[in-house]
Design a protein around this ligand. Structure first.
Ligand SMILES: NC(=O)c1ccc[n+]([C@@H]2O[C@H](COP(=O)([O-])OP(=O)(O)OC[C@H]3O[C@@H](n4cnc5c(N)ncnc54)[C@H](O)[C@@H]3O)[C@@H](O)[C@H]2O)c1
Length: 425
């Protein structure tokens, strides 16, 4: 296939798929397909329902949005970027990935390319997706169509590390596929392309990036529990240790969202299937998952020590999204923390300037306060949104029912805690 004849389709237009589709649409004709008709309607009006791309991102884009999978037939280079979540047993839920694969399979023609971007376990593309493509299309990979995997490194809320300026890893089922996939992505990624030696290598590379982050944060969470018993501040310890050239500056915190806390389970699933028991990775997952309960317990213990009766006390939680600068509340560990606090009979108000209100209510039955109301016995800084980073001690004091506790999960308010009983991870 020639670059100038390439028509790209992107299936799954969420946090990952839409920015990719729009980036390609500056250079190629693009078909954007998503099963969610509401989202498609918004995108047709130049609105990103996930709030990542602004109106300018839609300008001059040669893109046709549709909820009709038959539109995929117009394209010859198909990209799949649908969610890869876990189920309640922390097992990979390949439902969206396989259903998107079926849609692409039905549209597949001889000479087409299919590139998977959804994060998944090593070997998933070749063991699950490609056989399904072959079954549905009646075509053979290698002979009739080519396949590849190119992991996504988009970081929602991060305007510095974008699709265009971060090296993109690509892979293909043979040398020709690898070269052409690299050429297609190379036309939009200025930072350059890294050609992985196989599809499995590219899949494994993505999954270890997030597993490494998860484990390093878990280590800092465990260290924070030890520092607490030592009665020293973890962030001061990390700052001191960080003066060594090879110390990795990870900090403790809540690991939520749909990547770092989820992807390691894809790897552990495959490891177990291959007969390996991934104890270290699962220990990290266990540590990170218990943090909301641990923080709630410490908060209540400190409040009781201040003479507060939990049943008569009010807590203000600052931030509920899964991380700073985004509106996404999916798998928010702060929401779990709020539930834990409520289980101790505390009355909790949550303030977040960015959080998606409807999703918060739908997923957790929680509503947001538009602003702090009255005074609180404890204030919990949970998410480092910019407006919270800028909070001053006098503002925090104006919200406090002294003696009051300041719980600083992100370690940001150490110099602004005057007048409070202060605790951080
Ligand atoms: N969001 C991130 O930070 C990030 C970063 C790197 C990689 N990833 C990976 O990228 C993939 C996509 O994640 P996301 O955050 O963009 O998800 P998302 O939930 O934001 O968006 C997914 C979109 O896919 C659509 N969809 C679901 N099933 C579909 C189907 N069968 N056919 C067509 N459309 C379908 C949904 O309607 C939705 O619009 C996942 O594998 C994720 O792990 C995400």
């Amino acid at each position: 296939m020639k670059l100038e004849n390439t028509i790209i389709s992107v299936t799954g237009l969420g946090y990952v798929g839409l920015p990719i589709a729009l980036a390609f649409a500056k250079k190629f004709q693009v078909i954007g397909f998503d099963i969610n008709e509401e989202r498609i309607k918004k995108m047709q009006q130049g609105i990103d329902p996930s709030g990542e791309v602004d109106a300018a991102g839609f300008e001059d884009a040669r893109i046709e949005f549709s909820a009709n999978p038959a539109f995929l037939k117009k394209a010859n280079f198909h990209i799949v970027a649908v969610p890869t979540p876990i189920d309640i047993h922390t097992m990979p839920d390949l439902g969206p990935l396989l259903s998107a694969t079926i849609s692409v399979g039905k549209a597949l023609k001889p000479g087409d390319y299919v590139v998977f971007e959804s994060t998944t376990y090593p070997a998933c593309t070749e063991e699950e997706c490609v056989p399904l493509l072959e079954e549905i299309s009646g075509l053979k990979m290698g002979k009739d169509f080519k396949a590849g995997f190119s992991p996504e490194r988009i970081n929602p809320g991060d305007k510095e590390h974008t699709l265009e300026n971060v090296i993109k890893v690509v892979s293909g089922n043979d040398a020709e596929a690898l070269d052409f996939i690299a050429e297609v992505y190379g036309s939009i990624v200025q930072a350059g392309i890294y050609k992985a030696s196989s599809i499995k290598v590219a899949e494994a590379a993505k999954i270890i990036e997030n597993t490494q982050r998860d484990l390093n944060i878990a280590l800092m969470n465990e260290i924070s529990m030890i520092c607490d018993r030592l009665k020293i501040n973890t962030f001061e310890v990390i700052q001191a240790a960080g003066t060594k050239w090879n110390f990795l500056k990870f900090t403790p915190g809540l690991v939520g969202g749909h990547c770092i806390g989820v992807d390691p389970y894809y790897l552990t699933y495959k490891a177990k299937a291959l007969g390996h028991d991934p104890k270290v990775i699962l220990a990290g997952r266990y540590t990170n998952d218990q943090m909301p309960g641990y923080i709630a317990k410490k908060t209540v213990q400190k409040m009781v020590k201040l003479g507060k009766n939990p049943a008569e006390s009010r807590v203000l939680v600052l931030g509920i999204t899964f991380k700073e600068g985004v509106s996404d509340v999916r798998n928010s560990k702060v929401a779990e923390l709020v539930r834990e606090l409520q289980a101790f009979s505390l009355s909790v108000d949550v303030v977040d300037p960015f959080a998606e209100k409807e999703a918060l209510h739908e997923d957790y039955g929680l509503s947001l306060a538009s602003e702090p109301c009255g005074v609180y016995d404890a204030i919990v800084l949970a998410v480092a949104h910019q407006p919270f980073r800028e909070l001053e001690n006098k503002t925090l004091q104006s919200w406090a029912n002294f003696p009051a506790l300041l719980v600083d999960i992100k370690g940001l308010l150490r110099t602004k805690s005057e007048g409070f009983q202060y605790w951080s991870l």
